[in-house]
Design a protein around this ligand. Structure first.
Ligand code: ATP
Ligand code: PRP
Ligand code: NIO
Length: 487
């Protein structure tokens, strides 16, 4: 498939800064930028990383075409020597990232870019727009799938997504986080994910009566026969007509499977219970009862508590737009600049009144600490690159702000995993993104590494993201070095 060139998909300031670096600084100065987020969306206890494959495609396609350069010239902002540089532009740096489908937590670098400053600066906006969107929708989906508690969730959001891209890549993210299928056919083709669907009210309305509409649908699709029963009257007309058609198919000896009804309005708990009884009494206990209509994780949870007999969920608007939390809030911050003489990285820090907003300086990596006994995550530890942890040693974790809060791990009671992998080396991609359905499998496994207390929808237990002692000391030294006097 041809890739899109998104090189100009950037904020103007990235380009004006690039020109500034080009003219005023050593443009080849190597820097480190970290992309990370600050709080989990929707009050969740974690997020799911998604979008890396599209980041890789974007970086691979980075180049300023002649018409891009002409356009930039036409703005009157850029000088010829800089435009000439852009003409030859190619990303030459290294990128490290947390693989897609991984459970992630606030403040840890999801992507680390090590590159000449002009290159690292340019990619900020597109990288964030991709990661922010897909990670947001993947996280929202994980909540919906959690509420569905083992029932299939179909992604039905395309028509209500904020435009085609949000529909396509939102569907991708939804599949990563556990949907069983999407109604989005283009997403199915692009990402090799299952496409699923029922039919609309228009199908019923286009026939003289509901029964005829159901019969025609069942004739065409006996092995995927979910009939929409709420066009006229769910219990008096829709369900009885669906039962009539299922009986006719059974009597005619037509092999039919994956059959049932879809409820799309009214009291879904009440209607599903009544419909279930009618289907069971008619000899169709395995009929699927699917539901849609402005669902989200809270409603699904409530319907389950009400004893709804729904076992398949179609979720559109609230999922694809992450309606209760429309932004992931990922940011991209400078973490270090290489000293040309020594080749060492000089850590950089962004200060804030709010301790949570002070950035973590230096060249970092993340170590995930699991309980050896349960396989569950104990904490994430942001370290400086090159730090090692021996599982046969004890490990003392401490909260980086409330430092008196400590956790002691005895030797051989925990395991350590490096979370980031290298995806670009010297400008070349050295990573092959897995297929989306493989990422979904991996994501399921990832979710199982969380304690139930961190997965619940309301007030989840927070997983600790700590700093290694070395990083913590370096950060504090840097903080101490800033003294401002009031004048
Ligand atoms: N038992 C229930 N408990 C809580 N919420 C429910 C229940 N049943 C349905 N809902 C939700 O209530 C909202 C309103 O549904 P309802 O069908 O009454 O209105 P509507 O969508 O305007 O109907 P229509 O599609 O006929 O115009 C929807 O979000 C639906 O999912
Ligand atoms: O409610 P959502 O979570 O967004 O799920 C998608 C909705 O889209 C469809 O309705 P629509 O009215 O667009 O078409 P229809 O005629 O097929 O019902 C479908 O019936 C769902 O109600
Ligand atoms: O296939 C369906 O039932 C469907 C698809 C998109 C939106 N609403 C429903």
């Amino acid at each position: 498939m041809s890739q899109r060139n998104l090189t100009l998909l950037t904020d103007l300031y990235e380009l004006t800064m690039m020109q500034g670096y080009f003219k005023e600084k050593d443009a080849n100065e190597t820097v480190i930028f970290d992309a990370f987020y600050r709080s989990n969306p929707s009050g969740n206890g974690y997020a799911i990383s998604a979008g890396l494959e599209q980041v890789i495609e974007y970086i691979n396609e980075l180049s300023f075409h002649e018409d891009d350069v002409d356009y930039l010239r036409s703005t009157g902002l850029f000088e010829e020597d800089f435009l000439e540089y852009l003409r030859k532009f190619k990303f030459s740096g290294d990128i490290y990232a947390i693989p897609e489908g991984t459970v992630i937590f606030p403040r840890e670098p999801l992507i680390k870019v090590i590159a000449p400053i002009m290159e690292a600066q340019l990619v900020e906006t597109a990288l964030l727009t991709i990661i922010n969107h897909q990670s947001l929708i993947a996280t929202k989906t994980a909540r919906v799938v959690y509420a569905a508690d083992g029932d299939g969730v179909m992604e039905f959001g395309l028509r209500r997504a904020q435009g085609p891209d949000a529909g396509i890549y939102g569907a991708r993210a939804a599949m990563i986080a556990g949907c069983v299928g999407t109604s989005n056919v283009l997403a199915g083709k692009m990402f090799g994910v299952p496409i699923k669907g029922t039919h609309a009210h228009s199908w019923i309305m286009s026939f003289p009566d509901e029964l005829t509409a159901f019969r025609n649908y069942a004739k065409l699709y006996p092995t995927a026969c979910i009939l929409l029963v709420d066009t006229y009257d769910t219990l008096k007309s829709g369900v009885p007509n669906a039962i009539t058609v299922f009986k006719e198919m059974r009597e005619a000896g037509i092999p039919f499977s994956n059959y049932g009804i879809r409820l799309d309005s009214g009291d879904l708990a009440y209607l599903s219970k009544k419909a279930k009884r009618m289907l069971v009494e008619a000899g169709f206990p395995d009929a699927i009862i699917s539901a849609s209509n402005d669902l989200d994780e809270t409603l699904i949870n409530s319907l389950k508590i009400q004893g709804a007999t729904i076992n398949s969920w179609g979720v559109g608007t609230n999922l694809i737009t992450s309606k209760d939390c429309p932004s992931f809030g990922g940011v991209y911050k400078l973490a270090a600049i290489m000293d040309k003489k020594t080749g060492e990285f000089i850590p950089k820090i962004k200060l804030s009144e709010n301790a949570e907003k002070i950035t973590n300086p230096g060249n970092k990596e993340i170590k995930r600490i699991y309980s050896r006994e349960t396989g569950k995550i104990i904490a994430d530890l942001i370290c400086l690159t090159g730090e090692t942890i021996k599982e046969s040693d004890s490990l003392l974790l401490f909260d980086p702000i409330e430092t008196w809060k400590k956790t002691y791990l005895a030797p051989d009671t925990y395991t350590v995993r490096d979370l980031m992998i290298q995806v670009f080396k010297g400008g070349e991609c050295i990573y092959h993104s897995p297929a989306v359905m493989d990422i979904q499998e991996y994501c399921k496994h990832e979710l199982n590494t969380l304690w139930d207390e961190s997965r619940r929808l309301v007030n989840p237990h927070e997983v600790h993201v700590d700093l290694s002692k070395k990083l913590w000391e370096m950060k504090n030294q840097l903080l101490d070095s800033y003294h401002f006097t009031n004048s």
